[in-house]
Design a protein around this ligand. Structure first.
Ligand SMILES: O=C(O)c1cc(C(=O)O)oc(=O)c1
Length: 292
């Protein structure tokens, strides 16, 4: 792996939709800068730098107030770049860490002090070499007070994930809805299976994110909208939204973040749903001490 890749749009449009005051971009990442925060030797991609200043400029351009920075797989289990982003945010960012399951209580406490509020378990073979469920469960049982687990998996292994999800002793957030095939529509097998997983516990949340990854037709992402809008309506108190900037591995697409924001009023057509999705829900999970 030698060539560094750019996976984000250089000049995203200003969205037509104005997010409500206090809106949280609850899924984004930081890459590097590499000179200060080298990428993991195990990373499956080598991105150009996309550091905190770029993230905060995008936040402001899109009309958001806060970020949840999810440790990207290219940084492995060294959370320094993500912690640096949180530290530079003036309290406007919190994070989700990726950890070696053997992490000590002291190291977990340091991540908590640095603004981390969850740990991510990634099951995508194209991103990580292994995903040891037994070790993940061990660390899930030792997390700091108030933390949750974020899981990233694809629809083809949803059935294999059920027992694991059931065994997690803290709230669970599922990235990108477990990547359903949205061309099947809201009542297709992938969405039905995903809903039954959500129904298995009342503390499973999900991110209604990544139309660019899930809907190959591109903007206005009609299949994504028709499949996801009913989910937002039915699970209004358990959905989160994020840009996914800088869109790891999307170098062939370069999603326009303004257009991604303009999907929000289509999946959450009324103000109450927009406020829950963008403010109330992420505040409960990431800034509970400030939540209404
Ligand atoms: O689908 C992906 O390629 C992807 C990768 C990462 C990461 O590298 O952490 O995070 C995401 O949310 C999505």
């Amino acid at each position: 792996m030698s060539e560094r890749i750019t996976s984000w749009h250089s000049n995203p449009s200003v969205p037509a939709f104005t997010p409500p005051p206090g809106a949280v971009d609850a899924h984004c990442h930081i890459f590097g800068p590499m000179a200060e925060f080298p990428f993991s030797a195990k990373s499956k991609y080598l991105p150009e730098d996309a550091g905190p200043d770029m993230l905060f400029a995008l936040r402001d351009r899109l009309g958001f107030a806060r970020n949840v920075i999810v440790q990207a797989s290219c940084h492995g289990t060294d959370n320094a770049a993500t912690l640096n982003g949180i530290a530079k945010s003036n309290g406007k960012a919190r994070g989700v860490a990726v950890v070696d399951p053997a992490i000590s209580a002291e190291e977990l406490a340091a991540l908590d002090a640095g603004g981390m509020r969850g740990v991510r378990f990634n099951f995508l073979k194209r991103l990580v070499d292994d995903a040891p469920k037994d070790k993940f469960l061990d660390v899930a049982g030792r997390l700091p007070e108030g933390w949750h687990v974020v899981i990233y998996f694809e629809a083809d292994i949803l059935e294999e994930m059920r027992d694991f999800v059931a065994a997690i002793p803290v709230p669970v957030v599922i990235d990108h809805m477990g990547r359903p095939d949205v061309s099947q529509g809201p009542d297709g097998p992938d969405m039905r299976a995903f809903r039954s997983l959500l129904d298995s516990r009342d503390d499973i949340w999900t991110k209604v994110t990544c139309p660019d990854r899930l809907d190959a037709a591109g903007p206005p992402y009609a299949d994504f909208v028709r499949s996801v809008a009913p989910l937002v309506a039915d699970y209004a108190d358990r959905v989160l939204w994020g840009t996914d900037w800088p869109h790891p591995n999307q170098q062939d697409i370069l999603p326009d973040d303004g257009k991604l924001v303009d999907v929000i009023p289509q999946i959450a057509p009324i103000e109450e749903l927009q406020r829950k999705l963008l403010v109330d829900n992420p505040m409960r999970l990431y800034w509970p001490e400030e939540a209404a």
